[in-house]
Design a protein around this ligand. Structure first.
Ligand code: FAD
Length: 451
């Protein structure tokens, strides 16, 4: 369904240049194929609409019927699929694109995650990709003219064993060489940054933490909505309630997809469906080295501001931040079994909250408000796959597991380059070949909880 959005003042980022706030600056080179041009959100537009009872807002994105053929079909309108379409248009001038979504836009993991953004990874290829992404978040609101509420409030990953401390010291050194701004801080500074924390816990006292100051959070839905609006404005078709049920091939080459809304021809296709990647690969006739597992999260009742950073505690396996509404956002590890269930379960609340209470005793007095789950796609080395596939014309972007929200803009940027040109320096190391050749990008031990 198209989304009618009346922007509020918060959609204007404070550091947005005045030229962009007060003008309907053109700045776009790719044309719209139908409908009226996207209206820029601005302080002036809000004032104007206030005077005419908000009757002048247009749909944020169109809701078109599928055409019979596109130059590129992207399966999956999550953040990564939409970002891929956006960069295909913006950087490579490819706008005859359809993004097909079986449910509603952003309704997969994009709308279900806990929004942590960081780039303090150990291995060079990961650090390059996640830092590219983090830096794109810095200007995303201005670039998309849509406030994604990027909040670089800082992410702290606690060290609670000597082994973990050594691991984070190693990552801090690696990050220094990679040009990523992180540092290892001691328990005293941890307590200063996050006073509500009990750093002298009974089982695992806090020995320090890996601190990334410009890491943080963003509003996950807004990232999807902002990209969708920009893609629609470039003339791309975002087609919701359109499930891909089959992939058609001519020998080793893709020719199109079968969908619940008919057959669509294309000779270039991107599979960007997270936990459903194995199913799409099966339709296309190849197998992936991934497994799908549920990952859950929950939020408490809203309380007054008490914590202005994100804390991840990998030894006890939980993480915590406070949303703009005041809810404490809580997550933990994946479920221990493979499933396609996008639901929460009671044991997860109990296990995760029990672990976090050791570090944050105040949580014991909170009521938990709601809980949900998503299906994440896990690779053996806990690194994503951005790759060509055995089928000519089909590219795959998956394996982000529990930590792909933070990669959304960078993943789209790099995957679009791979799809448009056949090569991208940011995706080279993440090809499917690495599993055959043993070139793993091992982030599993380094990341622990990868969010
Ligand atoms: C509870 C939870 C917490 C998380 N926390 C974090 C975090 O704090 N930080 C972080 O970086 N990451 C986090 N993640 C991971 C992150 O959410 C994902 O890695 C990321 O959102 C994946 O985005 P995507 O666009 O690839 O997938 P999705 O958003 O899942 O999009 C894929 C889309 O494909 C669609 N689709 C599937 N099959 C078909 C089909 N046959 N036809 C058409 N469409 C189809 C789906 O409906 C879906 O909308 C978390 C995930 C969960 C579940």
């Amino acid at each position: 369904m198209g989304h009618r959005a009346a922007p509020v003042m918060s959609q204007i980022s404070l550091n947005m240049p005045l030229r962009r706030i007060y003008s309907d600056a053109p700045g776009r080179t790719t044309g719209r194929t139908e409908g009226t041009p996207m209206k820029r959100y601005s302080a002036f537009a809000i004032a104007r609409e206030a005077f005419r009872h908000h009757t002048g807002w247009t749909r944020a994105w169109r809701s078109p019927a599928p055409k019979s053929r596109y130059d590129v079909v992207i399966v999956g309108a999550g953040g990564h699929g939409l970002a891929t379409a956006y960069w295909l248009g913006k950087n490579h001038g490819i706008t005859n694109v359809a993004v097909l979504e079986k449910g509603w836009l952003g309704g997969g993991n994009t709308g279900r995650n806990t929004t942590i953004i960081r780039s303090n990874y150990l291995q060079d290829p990961s650090a390059a990709l996640y830092e590219k992404s983090r830096s794109l978040f810095e200007t995303m609101s201005q670039d998309l003219n849509y406030n994604v509420m990027f909040s670089p409030r800082g992410v702290l990953m606690l060290a609670q064993t000597e082994h973990e401390k050594r691991g984070y010291l190693r990552t801090a050194h690696a990050n220094a060489l990679q040009g990523i701004d992180t540092r290892f801080i001691g328990p005293k500074e941890v307590k200063e940054i996050c006073p509500i924390m009990n750093t002298e816990g009974p089982r695992y006292p806090v020995l320090g933490g890996l601190w990334q100051k410009r890491a943080g959070t963003a509003r996950h839905d807004a990232v999807a909505w902002g990209y969708a609006r920009a893609c629609s404005d470039m003339g791309m078709d975002i087609i919701e309630q359109c499930e891909v049920t089959g992939v058609t091939r001519d020998g080793g080459k893709v020719t199109g997809v079968d969908t619940t809304r008919g057959r669509i021809a294309t000779d270039k296709m991107g599979i960007v469906v997270a936990g459903h990647s194995g199913r799409l690969a099966e339709m296309a006739g190849f197998r992936l080295p991934i497994e799908s597992v549920p990952l859950q999260a929950l939020v408490s009742e809203p309380i007054k501001p008490c914590m202005d950073i994100v804390v991840m505690a990998n030894t006890v396996h939980g993480y915590l931040s406070q949303s703009d509404k005041g809810e404490m956002v809580i997550g933990g590890g994946t479920d221990a079994y493979n499933a396609y269930t996008q639901r929460g379960s009671f044991h997860h609340i109990e296990e995760t909250v029990r672990s976090l209470i050791e570090i944050f005793p105040m949580i014991s007095r909170l009521k938990m408000l709601r809980q949900w789950g998503g299906i994440v796609d896990m690779t053996g080395d806990r690194s994503p796959i951005l790759s060509k596939t055995p089928v000519d014309g089909i590219f795959i972007n998956c394996g982000w597991g529990t930590g792909g929200f933070k990669a959304t803009p960078g993943s789209g940027f790099a995957f679009a380059e791979l799809m448009a040109t056949g090569k991208s320096p940011l995706t080279d190391a993440f090809s499917l070949d690495r599993f055959r050749e043993g070139r793993f990008i091992d982030e599993s031990v380094a990341a622990g909880v990868a969010h």
